[in-house]
Design a protein. Structure first.
Length: 74
């Protein structure tokens, strides 16, 4: 599913934060319908890794590439 393809009901994205032990935690409550998601539960000075999965017809895609985000210390 391309970001340029209009989404219909039941389609969107789930966002996952990767944990230090290799597991991942879904961090969005409802499907993300756009191309931007803000994780409001981060700590200053820490680095986080994320992946996303497209959802279509109640099925998730394979995970996207992992992105690493460093939160500035202040």
């Amino acid at each position: 599913m391309s970001l340029s393809t209009p989404l219909v009901d039941g389609e969107g994205y789930n966002v996952y934060r990767l944990n230090a032990d290799g597991s991942c935690t879904k961090i969005n409550g409802v499907l993300v319908r756009g191309s931007v998601y803000e994780d409001r539960f981060v700590e200053l000075g820490k680095t986080y890794r994320y992946t996303a999965k497209a959802v279509k017809q109640n099925s998730e895609s394979d995970p996207s590439n992992v992105v690493e985000v460093a939160v500035p210390p202040n």
